[in-house]
Structures are given as structure tokens and as C-alpha cells.
Ligand binder design. Structure first.
Ligand code: SAM
Length: 316
């Protein structure tokens, strides 16, 4: 059975009966995809467009919990933790964005179950997953720059280090000589995984099993990096962390904080599985730094090639 396309004119519902109709049609479209074993690439645009119209702040007021549940129900077995989207929804480790799902995204994991594989291909097609993968080369580039500035003693603090894939790729490519990375991570399973992955570089990495909110240090760093953490922090915690971290920067050091952009075209897909991030604009990120007393000239906003994972860069 082939999924029937839905006219794009239906994608801006405002009245409750229009919303109900769109939920019904979305349910039907996803059910038809599930029946044929998952979406083909030709279905991606339609599916994304449907999910995106329930995204972000709109969806919170637009859809009831029942309507969300109705749409999720259409995925059937494709919402099991065997798929990336199912893992995102069920959160087997108890929190969103755990190291296992991030590692599945980095390693382009596809379910070995042929009935589910197409759904994983769809997850990897998402702009958000591409943006996550792009974090690795962004990190590598930053380490390279920091190492150029301080070739013999480059000190890096990595907050919420997760699976450690970024460190592994960076050290495998650049070498680890002269670089020391201190990692703060709350999940001991993530630390165990990262220690194994980075086993050839452990003399250059130290792990602190701690909540970053409670981490203090007297050391100073050339680079303080955090990807995939601050978009879970509200503004007040975000600012508290900036204020706490600034004194730990060496002269000419950089504090780099990743945060997903409000332009995230995968937001509807992520919201459906309650992978809720605090999306921010470039200006909001800049203002957060300014409100911590950072001068405008010391702030820049960078991005990975998809333009979805933004990076607040504060130069000391
Ligand atoms: C989305 S992953 C990002 C991992 C890594 N930075 C990357 O970009 O590949 C988030 C990680 O942050 C960790 N984490 C979340 N909140 C934390 C906190 N308050 N303190 C320390 N680690 C935290 C989680 O355990 C998880 O491993």
C-alpha cells in the first residue's frame, strides 16, 4: 500500500476541527507508512511537513496529550526502543539525549530488524541528526585552534562529555600530544563507554563523574566546551553557568556553548517524542552572554554547516 500525499494547503490549521482533521490525516499517513515497512525517501518531505506543523510552542497549545498519543500510536512497532525515534521517546536511561542515542546518531546506527530499518534511515535524514554529527568536526576544529595557540600545554574542559566520540575522532586525527581534556559527566555508563572508546588516549583524558552544576575547579583552560547540554538549561541556569565558567578561562581562552536554533526543521519530529530542547536564536544567545557582563566584541555566534546547532563563543 502506498501513502497518499496530503495537500500542503492543509498545513496551517487554526480552528479545532481543522486541527482534528490534520491529526486524523497525519495518523492515516503515518499508519500507511508503517504498513509498508517505514518511509521511503520520497515520503520524507511530506512526513516532515506534517510533523513540523505540530512543532514547538504551537504544539503545546495546539494539540492535546490525546492527539499527540494518537499520532504516536500510528508508528506501531516503529516506536519501540529498537529504533532511534523509539529510543528518544522511551528514554531507557531515564533522560533525553543520553550517550547511547547520541552514539547511535554518530555511528549512523540502523536497526538490524528489516521492519524498522527504514525508520532509522528517516531519523538520520533529519537536519537535527546531521547537525549533531557535525558537532564532531566543529569540536575538532576548535581543538586544533586551541592547540595552535598553546601547542605544549593545551588544557580543555569538556562539560557533559557523553560517549566521547568527538574526543576520539579529534585525537585520532590530530594526535593527543600537548592536549589534556578534563571531562565532567553525570552518567557513569557514559564515562565507561567513553573510556573504552578513547582507551588509546586515556593519559590525555580525565573524567569527573559529577553534575556540571556542582562542578568547581581552580584550574584554568584554553577551551571550555559544551555540546548538547545547555539547550536543556533555562536562562537562569544558563547564565549561572556562564558566570561560573568565565573565571576558569585562560587569557585568550574560549568558552564555547552549543545550543539548537529556533530554526530547527526537525523540531516537530523531536517534540512528538518529547525530546524537548530549549531552542534559542543567535540574538538570544548573545543577550545571555551580555547579561553576564561579557562585552559584545568578545561574543560571536558560530554554527555547523546545517546552521541548526549554534555555538555561543565567548573570547576571554
Ligand atoms: C546530548 S549528550 C552530549 C554528549 C557530548 N557532549 C556530545 O556532544 O557528543 C548529553 C550528555 O550530557 C550528560 N549530562 C546531562 N546533564 C548533565 C549534567 N547536569 N551534568 C553532567 N552531565 C550531564 C548526559 O549524561 C549525556 O551524556
Amino acid at each position: 500500500m502506498y501513502a497518499q500525499p496530503i495537500p500542503l494547503s492543509r498545513f496551517a490549521p487554526t480552528r479545532s476541527h481543522e486541527i482534528e482533521k490534520l491529526v486524523h490525516e497525519t495518523h492515516g499517513f503515518i499508519s500507511s507508512l508503517s504498513e509498508k515497512g517505514g518511509p521511503d525517501p520520497s515520503d520524507y518531505v511530506m512526513l516532515n511537513a506534517l510533523l513540523q506543523c505540530f512543532s514547538g510552542d504551537n504544539s503545546k497549545s495546539m494539540l492535546s496529550d490525546n492527539q499527540f498519543q494518537q499520532i504516536r500510536g500510528a508508528f506501531g512497532g516503529a516506536l519501540s526502543p529498537e529504533t532511534i525515534q523509539g529510543w528518544a521517546y522511551h528514554k531507557p536511561l531515564g533522560y533525553a539525549g543520553d550517550f547511547k542515542i547520541i552514539e547511535k546518531i554518530y555511528s549512523y546506527h540502523i536497526s538490524s530488524n528489516p521492519h524498522l530499518a527504514k525508520w532509522d534511515h528517516y531519523s538520520h535524514y533529519q537536519t537535527a541528526t546531521k547537525a549533531i554529527r557535525n558537532r564532531i568536526s566543529f569540536f575538532l576544529d576548535q581543538v586544533w585552534k586551541a592547540k595552535n595557540q598553546s601547542p605544549n600545554n593545551c588544557q580543555i574542559l569538556n562539560l557533559a562529555s557523553g560517549p566521547g566520540r568527538d574526543m576520539h575522532e579529534t585525537f585520532s586525527t590530530l594526535g593527543a600530544q600537548g592536549v589534556q581534556i578534563d571531562c565532567v559527566e553525570q552518567d557513569h555508563q557514559a564515562i565507561k563507554f567513553a573510556m573504552n572508546l578513547c582507551k588509546n588516549f586515556l593519559s590525555h583524558i580525565q573524567f569527573f563523574h559529577k553534575n556540571v552544576l556542582r562542578f568547581t575547579t581552580t584550574k584554568t583552560y584554553n577551551l571550555i566546551w559544551s555540546g548538547g547540554l545547555f539547550d536543556y538549561f533555562n536562562d537562569s541556569i544558563f547564565k549561572r553557568m556562564i558566570k561560573r565558567l568565565l573565571p576558569s578561562l585562560k587569557k585568550n581562552g574560549k568558552l564555547i556553548i552549543g545550543n539548537f536554533s529556533t530554526d530547527n526543521p526537525s523540531r516537530g519530529y523531536m517534540d512528538l517524542f518529547n525530546w524537548n530542547l530549549i531552542h534559542r536564536t543567535r540574538e538570544e544567545l548573545r543577550q545571555l552572554a551580555k547579561s553576564c557582563g561579557v562585552l559584545d566584541q568578545n561574543i560571536s555566534i558560530e554554527q555547523e554547516p546545517e546552521g541548526i546547532n549554534l555555538f555561543l563563543v565567548i573570547n576571554n
